[in-house]
Write a protein that binds this ligand. Structure first.
Ligand code: KDG
Length: 319
């Protein structure tokens, strides 16, 4: 049985191999991406048994999504094939070497038709951890209901982690804020960027609030573990009222998309392994660093035996 259950939409990801306006690309690379399945792959590579639930179309792209995740060792046996809608698409282009642009073609997609019936009875209370994101409730009414149903059906011993993952292409801040806040109040482990923290908190502290202040304010809403992610500047955590700092790795970042998912996977894998907070943050930071060095949302995610490789690179830098 899986230790971790996650649910959401995974899309086919079309990516221009070069730099420049998309209309000049003569070919597109075909891959897949989805915040929750990215985390599932990250956890699997770190040795955690993980299942992903989502809908894909009865099409070649849907077969690509399921086949790729299965190939990575993620349990997709609960995933649903929906013959009534196509698999969603995401198109990624680099307008400059540093500016990644993402466009969705996912309105009405199979993934957005996720429904509470897709949750097998007696699954969400058998796992050790349920991982949710703020993307799923933005997809549709039924997808939102599915997140709610998962939260209701989880057993008392199941830890809930939430990555806020605010996507402005999916919903405006005023609509997202109360929904995300409602999820924050019911999760145990929360991942947020500083901007997402301000969105949920209504920014009462003004733009000058420190990441740690934001972390404490989020923790006051309920979660016993809050991580505020700061991209290349690292992360801070508030766990059971105590503040921690994550290490920062210097790497050549080529694609920031998926860094947050990698970070969450690293943190959660160590949490499940019983590691202390600093070890959770260390693996989270390393995992994020690995992810940004590779094009693609999840392909660069590290296996456990690769984590030391990064430390070695850091040491080389220091010499
Ligand atoms: O976190 C990365 C994800 O955002 C990406 O893989 C696609 O799930 C995705 C989304 O909805 O943006």
């Amino acid at each position: 049985p899986p230790e971790v259950l996650t649910l959401g939409e995974t899309m086919v990801l079309l990516c221009a191999p070069g730099i420049g306006p998309l209309r000049h690309a003569r070919s597109l690379d075909v891959a897949i991406g989805g915040a929750e399945s990215n985390v599932a792959v990250g956890l699997t590579r770190l040795g955690v048994r993980t299942a992903w639930i989502g809908r894909v179309g009865d099409d070649e792209f849907g077969r690509l999504v399921r086949g790729t995740l299965a190939g990575e060792g993620v349990d997709v046996s609960y995933a649903v094939v929906d013959p009534a809608a196509p698999t969603g698409l995401m198109v990624k282009a680099r307008r400059t070497s540093a500016a990644t642009e993402v466009n969705y073609y996912r309105a009405g997609s199979a993934g957005s038709r996720l429904s509470p019936d897709d949750l097998p009875a007696g699954l969400a209370d058998k796992v050790r951890l349920l991982h949710l994101t703020g993307i799923t409730p933005a997809l549709s009414e039924s997808a939102y209901d599915t997140v709610e149903a998962a939260l209701v059906s989880r057993g008392g011993a199941v830890t809930v982690s939430l990555d806020l993952n605010y996507r402005q292409a999916l919903w405006p801040p005023a609509v997202a804020a109360p929904v995300l806040r409602g999820l924050v109040e019911r999760c145990d482990v929360l991942f947020a960027t500083e901007a997402e923290a301000r969105l949920v908190l209504g920014d009462p502290r003004g733009p000058g609030a420190s990441p740690l202040e934001l972390g404490y304010a989020l923790a006051a809403l309920g979660p016993s573990q809050v991580v505020v992610k700061r991209g290349a500047r690292g992360a801070v955590a508030v766990v059971d009222g105590v503040a921690y700092d994550a290490p920062v790795h210097q790497v050549d970042a080529v694609d920031p998309v998926g860094a947050g998912d990698a970070f969450a996977a690293g943190y959660l894998a160590e949490l499940l392994a019983g590691a202390d907070v600093l070890a959770r943050l260390a693996t989270a930071a390393a995992s994020g660093a690995f992810a940004v060095t590779v094009h693609g949302d999840w392909e660069g995610l590290p296996r456990r035996d690769e984590l030391a490789l990064l430390q070695l690179l850091d040491a080389d830098d220091a010499v």
